[in-house]
Every structure is written in C-alpha cells, then in structure tokens.
Design a protein around this ligand. Structure first.
Ligand code: ATP
Ligand code: MG
Length: 413
C-alpha cells in the first residue's frame, strides 16, 4: 500500500462539506467587503520568495519545497499567498485599476515543517490583499474582515496588534535591541545568533524558551516609532475602538515574514496549544516596490483553514451539512427499476437531488440505504404500483404517506 506523504491530509467525501461551508462563508464576507478572488499558480520561481518573503525568515530558510524542474529552473511550491499575488499585480499592471484593489484567495500552502496537530506540510489559507491605500482605515477594514469571518464561524478569538514601524524606526529599534542583547549573546539559540547580525527583530519571533525569556523585557518597538508610524498606529487603535473590537497591543509580535511595515496583527486562541494562531497579517508598504513594481502600499492577512476547522470541532460548533437526498426511489422488479431509473433521471434534469439503488438490494436494504444517505422522501415502485399507476411517497421524518400517480412524482418536486 502507498501511504499519504507525511504532513498532508485527505479531505474525505463525508467531511468535505465542512470545507465547502468555510469557503462559502469566506467568499461571501470577502465579497461584502468588495474583494474579488485572485488565483495564482501553485508554484513560482524561487527567486520571488527569496526577494519577497525574505531570506532571514524561517519560511525561506528552512521550510520551502524547492526543486529544479526539467528546464533547470529553480521552482518553489507556494510557502505563503502574498508573494504570488504581488507578482501578479506587477506583471499584469493591476496598478492601473481603480484603487484600492481588494483581492482574496483560497490556496494550498507548502511548508516543510515538523508535522503535528495544526501544523502540516500542506495546509490551506484564506487570505486577503488590499493594495493601493496607505491609511490605517484600510488596516482596520482588513482586521474587521478577518474578525467577521471568525465571528460568522462562531469563533471567539483574541486580537493582538503591534506596529513594526518603517525602515527608519526599525533601524533605531534594531540598534536598541542589539544593545540590550549584547551581553547575553551566548544564551541565544544558534539561529538567533545569526539573526542578531542579519535581522535582530526576528529574535522576538523565536520559539526557543531561552530566547523567549531573554526578549521578554527587551525594549519595545512601539517606543521607537517615528511620528508618521506612531500616528498610523494611534489611528488604527482609535478605529478599532470605534468598531468596538477589543485588542491587546503585544510588542513581541513581528510575524514570520520580512515584508511587514507598520501594522502587524494576529488572532489567537488558547484552545489549540502552541498552534494557537489562526490568522496573521499586516501592512507591507514596500513589498511591491521591492519586487520591482511601483510605490504601492498593501495590507492583508492569511488565515489557516485547518486551524479554523480544528477550533470549530474543539468548540463543538455545528457545521451545516448541505443538501441531502430529496427523494429515493426504491424499486422491486426489472420493469419497476426501469421506471424508477426514468423518473430519477427526469428529476435530476429538473435539478432535484434524487437517487435509486445500484447494488441490487432487496427492498428492506434499499430503505436502510435511503436512511444512510438521509433521504427526505422515499417512494416505492413495484409490480402493483406499475399495474395501478399509483405509488406511495413516504416522508421519512414523520412517516406520513401521500398517494401519487407514478408519473406525478416528477411534478411533485
Ligand atoms: P506559526 O507561528 O503557527 O508557525 P506562521 O506565523 O508561520 O504561524 P503565517 O505564515 O502567518 O503563520 O500563516 C498564516 C496562518 O496559516 C497561520 O496563522 C496559521 O493559521 C496557518 N498556518 C501556518 N503554518 C501552518 C501549518 N504548517 N499548518 C497549518 N496551518 C498553518
Ligand atoms: Mg510558521
């Protein structure tokens, strides 16, 4: 037997309705915020992620699925959703469209991580990308979009926000952080020792306990913001207050991607252990220019669909199952089966979910099967019904029976 690759999952036919439900909710809400779907390829040139996501991030350093294709190009499976959208935005000249350009995606994401509950090698993200608007009102709108999705799904998760400032503030902050850490360099993990030189801010994101302890009392980036970034952050907070959305300012949030500027945020829950982040996002004002496009600001987030599902299951939230079989026709005998086949075909042509037996079952077993597929009505056709031209239609929920002409079944639904 060939097994599924480590860290991947099948979505089985009796659980796909959960995915479809979540997808329908996110599509509806994204649309209500004026966002249209963008679909970009599953793989891109590796260079895009090196330049876009940044080579001091975990994603690029350790987690990418990179391979050489037969044409000797270096190709990488999407490790996140934003870089591909940014590439497409530039390549298709979308900066000529009416701004802001609001987009969303639902995409598989590939990361070579150690698989555990809520941490897969292929997971799926719903994400949004709003390009062209630089104000904090757009940050607030994006955060509210994520919040609407979470609320609609019945989830109550906490919002943490922070500002990572711009290059100017970050330069001052990085110096302060280095100064603070300089006497404890040896206590940092190996990765953070490299980060200390290349990108000290990243140390705040480290999951190693000793590093976490060290940065706990580190200088706060929010104390190093320039006037512009400070005003932006204050504005965001007042808009969230206005919307009645509570949040915690957490100066340790820096998110695992290099492209963020100013606002960063995450929605977290204590109910998924250390995989508690269900949504992470922020503003990236330099990403498009960094990738060779114009000076176009952007803001967005990525939300892990598997984690949403896990959380909904943990909370016992009921997910609507979608449509059940409307009518099952149980047939006895060859002639009756032909009639049933004909009626089912016509019902389906009308758009009705109708079904009949394909396993040569006896009548009792057909009833049992109709129960398994939750058929709302069952009609029986046998020699008697064919002779008389009438059949009984049984409503399974209450057992009530209607007598109908055999051919009248088609008009009944
Ligand atoms: P974490 O800190 O848990 O590794 P992250 O910072 O790497 O998360 P992002 O890159 O911001 O996460 O991705 C956005 C969302 O995608 C996360 O909030 C999470 O819900 C989900 N996610 C990220 N990595 C995985 C994974 N390996 N398996 C399942 N879901 C994931
Ligand atoms: Mg990660």
């Amino acid at each position: 037997m060939i097994n599924i690759p480590k860290g991947t999952k099948d979505v089985l036919p009796d659980e796909s309705y959960k995915w479809q439900y979540i997808e329908s909710v996110v599509r509806r809400i994204a649309k209500n915020f004026g966002a249209n779907e963008i679909r970009t390829p599953t793989f891109e040139h590796t260079e895009l992620f090196l330049r876009g996501v940044g080579d001091t991030t975990d994603i690029v350093n350790k987690e990418m699925y990179t391979f050489e294709d037969k044409g000797k190009r270096s190709i990488t499976l999407k490790p996140e959703g934003t870089a591909g959208v940014a590439r497409s935005f530039i390549e298709n000249g979308l900066s000529n469209r009416a701004m802001p350009l609001k987009m969303y995606y639902i995409t598989p994401v590939f990361r070579y991580e150690r698989p555990q509950a809520g941490r897969l090698r292929e997971h799926h993200q719903f994400g949004v990308e709003f390009y062209g608007a630089k104000g904090a009102d757009t940050d607030a709108e994006v955060i509210l979009l994520a919040y609407s999705v979470l609320t609609e799904l019945g989830l109550n998760v906490k919002l943490n926000i922070n500002s990572m400032g711009c290059e100017k503030c970050r330069k001052d902050y990085n110096s302060a952080l280095k100064e603070y850490l300089k006497d404890n360099l040896n206590d940092l993990c190996e990765t953070c020792q490299t980060r200390y030189e290349k990108n000290p801010l990243r140390i705040l994101d480290c999951k190693v306990e000793t590093c976490k302890k060290l940065v706990k009392n580190a200088p706060k980036i929010t104390d190093y913001l320039c006037d512009d970034c400070k005003a932006h952050f204050e504005n965001l907070k007042s808009l969230l207050d206005l919307a009645g959305l509570s949040y915690t300012v957490n100066p340790l949030i820096v998110r695992g991607l290099d492209y963020y500027t100013k606002t960063v945020f995450e929605f977290v829950t204590a109910d998924l252990g250390s995989q508690g982040t269900v949504c992470g996002g922020g503003r990236y004002d330099n990403l498009i220019s960094q990738l060779g496009g114009g000076n176009v600001p952007g803001v967005g987030f990525g939300m892990g669909i598997e984690r949403l599902l896990m959380l909904m299951e943990a909370k016992g939230i009921n997910i609507p199952q979608g449509e059940n079989c409307k009518v099952f026709i149980a047939a006895m005998g060859e002639e009756a089966y032909k009639k049933a086949f004909e009626i089912v075909s016509e019902l389906r042509q009308k758009g009705v979910y109708a079904d009949l037996d394909h396993m040569e079952r006896g009548i009792k077993a057909q009833f049992k099967y109709s129960d398994k597929i939750n058929a709302e009505y069952v009609a029986v056709i046998g020699d008697n019904e064919l002779a008389e031209g009438y059949l009984n239609l049984k409503k399974m929920q209450d057992g009530s029976v209607e007598k109908l002409p055999v051919n009248g079944l088609i008009d009944r639904f």
